[in-house]
Write a protein that binds this ligand. Structure first.
Ligand code: NAD
Length: 302
C-alpha cells in the first residue's frame, strides 16, 4: 500500500462533531485547520470563536492532555471566505457540517478546486448516501472520496465506519483505515452505502422504540437512562441523555433519511413503524430544545 502521510487535517464544521474530531486529532498530535462559516457581519472574533469550540473539547478530555496550550496551538481556525487556500496544505479533509445534502453539495463545489491532488475527502454524514454526496465532485476527486462516520463523543467512541462509493479507490480506503486505526486508535468497520449505514440503522430504531415505550408507560427519563445506560454496565449514558448529546435535530435528519429510503408508508409496515418519530421528540424539536448544543433537550439542563 502506498504511504499516506497525514501531516495536517482540515475539518469542515466546528459544530458538535467537527470541534470534537478536531480536538481528538490534535490530542493525537495531528495539526488541524478547523473551518466554519464566517461569523455574521458585526459579530466579534469569528475565528477565535471557531478554535475555542475545539479547545473547550480538549479541556474535557480524560485524562487531560499533557500540554493543553501546545495542543490548542495545533488548531488553526479558518472560514470558507478567507482561507480556502489552506486546504492545499492538508492531506485529509473531514467534512462535518449539518446533515443536508444540498448544503454539503454546495460546500464541496466551493472547496474541490482547493483540495491537494493526493488528499482524501471524507464525509462524517450520519447516513446520507455517500454516492449521492459524491455527485458534484470533479472526476479526479471521486476516487479519493468516501464516508468516515465517527460516533459521538468521538474521543471515546471506538467505532468508525468507512463507507466507499463505487468510484472510491481501494488504496485510499486502505490508507484511511490505517490512519483511523493506528493514529486515531479507532476500530474500523467497512459499511455499504446503505441509508444510515450499519450502527445508526440499528441503534436509532432501538432508541426510538425505547422513547415510545417510555412515553406509553410514563417512565421517567432518569429511570430509562439507568436501565439502558451505565447501570446496565454500558459505557454510554442511556437513551435520553445520548439523544441530547447527539442533538435532536441530527436524530431527526437520520430518521428522515431512513423514511425517505423506505418510501411511502402503506400502513402496518413494521419498518416504517420503527422509524416513526415519537411525539415527545417531535415536540422538543419544534420548540428548538435540541439537546446539549441548545443547553436543553429531554433534560432541562444538558
Ligand atoms: P451541528 O449542528 O453541531 O454543526 C453543524 C455545523 O455545520 C456547524 O459548524 C455549522 O456552522 C455548519 N453549517 C451549517 N450550515 C452550513 C452550510 N450551509 N455550509 C457550511 N457549514 C454549515 O452538527 P453535528 O452534530 O456536528 O453534525 C455534523 C455532521 O456530523 C452531520 O453530517 C451529522 O449527521 C454528522 N454526525 C453527527 C453526530 C452527532 O452525534 N451529532 C454523530 C455522527 C455524525
Amino acid at each position: 500500500m502506498s504511504r499516506f502521510n497525514v501531516r495536517q487535517v482540515a475539518v469542515l464544521g466546528a459544530g458538535v462533531m467537527g470541534a470534537q474530531i478536531a480536538a481528538h486529532l490534535v490530542n493525537v498530535r495531528v495539526p488541524v485547520v478547523l473551518f466554519d462559516l464566517p461569523a455574521p457581519a458585526g459579530q466579534p472574533g469569528p475565528k477565535s470563536a471557531i478554535a475555542q469550540k475545539a479547545i473547550e473539547n480538549l479541556k474535557k478530555l480524560k485524562p487531560a492532555p499533557l500540554g493543553l496550550a501546545a495542543e490548542a496551538a495545533r488548531i488553526r481556525a479558518a472560514n470558507y471566505e478567507d482561507d480556502l487556500t489552506l486546504l492545499a496544505e492538508c492531506d485529509l479533509v473531514i467534512e462535518a457540517i449539518a446533515e443536508r445534502l444540498d448544503w454539503k453539495h454546495a460546500l464541496y463545489e466551493k472547496i474541490a478546486p482547493h483540495i491537494a491532488p493526493h488528499a482524501i475527502l471524507a464525509s462524517n454524514t450520519s447516513g446520507l448516501s455517500i454516492t449521492a454526496l459524491s455527485e458534484p465532485l470533479p472526476e479526479a476527486l471521486k476516487p479519493r472520496f468516501c464516508g468516515i462516520h465517527f460516533f459521538n463523543p468521538p474521543r471515546y467512541m471506538q467505532l468508525v465506519e468507512l463507507i466507499p462509493t463505487p468510484t472510491t479507490e481501494a488504496r485510499h480506503l486502505d490508507q484511511l483505515e490505517t490512519f483511523a486505526t493506528t493514529t486515531l486508535g479507532k476500530g474500523v468497520v467497512r459499511a455499504k452505502d446503505t441509508p444510515n449505514f450499519i450502527a445508526n440503522r440499528v441503534g436509532i430504531a432501538g432508541m426510538l422504540s425505547t422513547m415510545r415505550e417510555a412515553e406509553q408507560f410514563g417512565l421517567s427519563y432518569d429511570l430509562v437512562d439507568d436501565l439502558t445506560g451505565k447501570k446496565l454496565g454500558r459505557a454510554s449514558s442511556g437513551t435520553f441523555r445520548t439523544a441530547d448529546v447527539v442533538g435532536l435535530d441530527t436524530m431527526a435528519h437520520v430518521i428522515r433519511t431512513m423514511q425517505e429510503q423506505l418510501g411511502p408508508d402503506r400502513g402496518n409496515d413494521p419498518f416504517h413503524a420503527s422509524y416513526a418519530t415519537p411525539p415527545v421528540l417531535a415536540k422538543l424539536i419544534a420548540q428548538g430544545t435540541l439537546g446539549q448544543k441548545a443547553g436543553a433537550g429531554f433534560y432541562r439542563k444538558v
